[in-house]
Design a protein around this ligand. Structure first.
Ligand SMILES: Nc1ncnc2c1ncn2[C@@H]1O[C@H](COP(=O)(O)OP(=O)(O)OP(=O)(O)O)[C@@H](O)[C@H]1O
Ligand SMILES: [Mg+2]
Length: 468
């Protein structure tokens, strides 16, 4: 290959690549547009899947019918009638006596179905307006023009079911009436009426069936959403097509397993805590029997701490059992939380924005969540800001403080039970390290979560987000 060839091939390749890239880009743009324009719901989509082929099929059918069948037949019929008229006109020219014309009139009437009159001394009227879209008019006029070879005038649009033709003969005008149906495939609109009518019936049936198929899917989605938010799912039964029913059964099975797991965890925690409490009580008794020394003093403090930890654990284990969600006023809960924090000497601001403060929540769990976050805030800071916002999807509550905050790499750890960062700096504050665990647990039981970040006040910002 010469240098020039190589160069040309290279240029062609580059062009090809460029074209390909443009096509890909166009495809992507078309795909995005298509996704935007297409309806989002399953119902509408399935309906389109059914209706589109139906409309295409019927349009093609209608077109082929109109174009081929209807046109040809009309043209043939028009040709036949114009042949007859031409024959009658020729006869009338060749046999002009009144007796002959009377004969011709009769033959035309009986053999060809044409009503003929001769109007001696008349002239053709001025041509009428052409109908805008009429196969009959154009076919008939052109067939007549091809055969007749004389001046003529037609009226195909009149309201009656007759066609009128006037032909200029030598000295007379021959007026012919023919039935429209002789020259024209009438009643063809019945075909279209049937077509549209049956499609409407089909559409109605499709809508009915689809509605019933889609209802179980919607019910399943609703049940899954409610379960995710920790709400009760009542009256949900698998229904509908086999696949949908399978999905519903799988969902029910999953829910049962999750519930069983939660229950197991709760029972186990409660059992462990309870057993240990018994032993701790024995411990205390024995310590009391030994009497007060320096060593037992330290030991008693340890036992007390252990006991308060266990109490906290027990409370935690009891937490998420059995509370049912009700509609509660979130702004009230925020106000209460502020009030409690103020009692502990913090300066607190609280606000709520949103149209509707009523949200479906487990009130006790939610209060506990906010109370724990607020307790952390007043324990570590002096200024607290609590804000609540509600939009159509989320309830968001932030609790800010001006304390030392938590370094980003520890923000995950502190959610674990009994993890405390401030043993050294805040020993006598006496937390058990369960506060954030409980808060997150409560938020998650509503299908939401608690996250930590930096506050504009300088300390920690805890954010609770719950779907409404
Ligand atoms: N607002 C905060 N500012 C700084 N550190 C915080 C804040 N909130 C929590 N922490 C840190 O996270 C740790 C865990 O908090 P958590 O609420 O789980 O337990 P606790 O407050 O120590 O005990 P409890 O809440 O059970 O009384 C705390 O020990 C503290 O070190
Ligand atoms: Mg705490």
């Amino acid at each position: 290959m010469s240098l020039l060839d190589t160069h040309m091939v290279g240029a062609a390749r580059a062009r090809l690549r460029h074209t390909q890239a443009r096509m890909r880009e166009n495809n992507a743009r078309f795909g995005a547009w298509f996704n935007r324009v297409m309806p989002k719901g399953l119902f509408a989509r399935s309906l389109i899947i059914i209706v589109t082929p139906m409309v295409i099929l019927q349009s093609v059918l209608a077109f082929v019918f109109m174009e081929r069948h209807y046109n040809t037949v009309t043209r043939r019929l028009s040709a036949a009638v114009s042949q007859d008229i031409t024959a009658v006109a020729d006869l009338a020219v060749n046999f002009p006596t009144p007796e002959d014309q009377e004969r011709i009139r009769q033959i035309a009437q009986t053999a060809m179905g044409l009503t003929v009159e001769f109007l001696p001394g008349e002239r053709l009227p001025a041509p009428g307006p052409k109908p805008f879209f009429s196969i009959l008019d154009s076919a008939f006029t052109s067939e007549l023009g091809k055969r007749l070879g004389r001046p003529f005038w037609t009226d195909t649009v009149g309201k009656s079911n007759l066609l009128e033709v006037r032909v200029q003969l030598d000295g007379t005008v021959m007026r012919v009436f023919a039935r429209r149906s002789q020259a024209y495939l009438s009643n063809s609109h019945i075909f279209l009426v049937w077509m549209v009518g049956t499609s409407l019936v089909l559409l109605a049936v499709a809508i009915l069936f689809l509605r019933n198929q889609i209802k179980p899917i919607e019910a399943l989605a609703d049940a899954a959403i409610a379960f995710g938010k920790g709400r009760d799912v009542t009256g949900f039964r698998p229904r509908g097509a086999r696949e949908v029913r399978g999905a519903a059964l799988a969902f029910l099975e999953m829910r049962r397993r999750i519930e069983r797991q939660i229950e197991q965890r709760t029972t186990m925690l409660a059992g462990v805590s309870h057993d240990m409490r018994t032993i701790l009580t024995r411990f205390k008794l024995e310590l009391a029997l030994i009497g007060d020394t320096v060593e037992t003093e330290a030991l008693r403090k340890d036992v007390d701490e252990l006991q308060s930890m266990l109490e906290a654990y027990l409370a935690f284990a009891r937490d998420d059992t059995g509370e049912t969600p009700v509609s509660v006023d979130v702004s009230r809960i925020i106000d209460d939380t502020r009030f409690n924090a103020e009692r502990h000497g913090a300066r607190v601001t609280a606000s709520f924005t949103g149209d509707d403060p009523m949200v479906m929540l487990r009130p006790d769990a939610f209060r506990r969540c906010l109370a724990n976050l607020a307790a952390n805030a007043w324990r570590h800071g002096t200024r607290i800001a609590i804000t609540g916002t509600r939009d159509e999807r989320w309830l968001t509550i932030t609790v800010d403080d001006d304390g030392p905050g938590i370094p980003p790499d520890r923000r995950d750890d502190v959610f674990r039970p009994f993890v405390r960062l401030d043993d050294a700096r805040n020993q006598d504050a006496g937390g058990s390290g369960l506060g954030l665990t409980i808060a997150r647990d409560a938020a998650r039981s509503h299908g939401g979560d608690v996250t930590l970040g930096e506050s504009p006040l300088g300390g920690l910002r805890a954010t609770v987000r719950i779907p409404v």
